[in-house]
Design a binder for this molecule. Structure first.
Ligand SMILES: N[C@@H](CCC(=O)N[C@@H](CS)C(=O)NCC(=O)O)C(=O)O
Length: 194
């Protein structure tokens, strides 16, 4: 049985929860209090004991993007990367460049000067991208979408950031939210806001 060391509020964990739901893989959850990380986690994912961590029979895998690719290979159905190698590479590139959005997101959380403008620029770039393709992964929903959706949900529902100026992002997010895997995350985010 797989075990996910998880925190509901963590968007990186949300990535892995979405992939596990897409694949209908049964797993156990160990909910981690982010303010008091268990020694096991610090030992297995040094130096910070970051979540998510996936564990199976003592084998331990950290890093959400790596975990998600592992799960996609280990449980191939439904596939979350395109079949074409070039399209797969393009999707991986978008995941690899997540910090283009992540850095301004966390800068805004820290209320750094100029963060709002940097985030707006990142969202505008995402909007251009999504104006040209239905999903970040390409023609179908997949790992690149999973890599970004949790932050967009938190921006909209927890941080009160309006996405009105980014119609392609809104259209994409609404389409993603129709999937049960993402709808479950909308509920998780709502419970964090309550
Ligand atoms: N690159 C990691 C980042 C994970 C991460 O930053 N998780 C946060 C919770 S949302 C955490 O555990 N942070 C603890 C820390 O940085 O000390 C991944 O993709 O899994």
């Amino acid at each position: 049985m797989l075990t996910l060391y998880d925190a509901p509020r963590c968007p990186y964990c949300a990535r892995t929860r979405i992939v596990l739901a897409e694949k209908s893989v049964p797993y156990e959850t160990v909910t981690v209090d982010l303010t008091r990380r268990p020694a096991w986690l610090l030992e297995h994912n040094p130096p910070n004991g970051r979540v998510p961590v996936l564990e199976e029979d003592g084998w331990v895998l950290p890093e959400s993007a790596v975990i998600d690719e592992y799960l996609d290979e280990r449980f191939p159905e439904p596939p979350l990367l395109p079949a074409d190698p070039g399209e797969r590479a393009a999707a991986r590139l978008i995941v690899f460049r997540f910090d283009d959005l992540g850095k301004p997101y966390y800068a805004l959380r820290r209320e750094e000067p100029g963060a709002e403008e940097r985030l707006a620029a990142a969202l505008a770039r995402l909007d251009v991208l999504l104006g040209a393709t239905p999903f970040l992964t390409g023609r179908a929903f997949g790992l690149a979408d999973v890599a970004y959706v949790p932050w967009l949900l938190r921006l909209r529902h927890l941080m009160g950031v309006s996405l009105r100026e980014y119609p392609a992002v809104v259209r994409w997010l609404e389409t993603c939210c129709e999937r049960p895997s993402v709808a479950a995350e909308v509920e998780t985010v709502a419970s964090l806001a309550a």
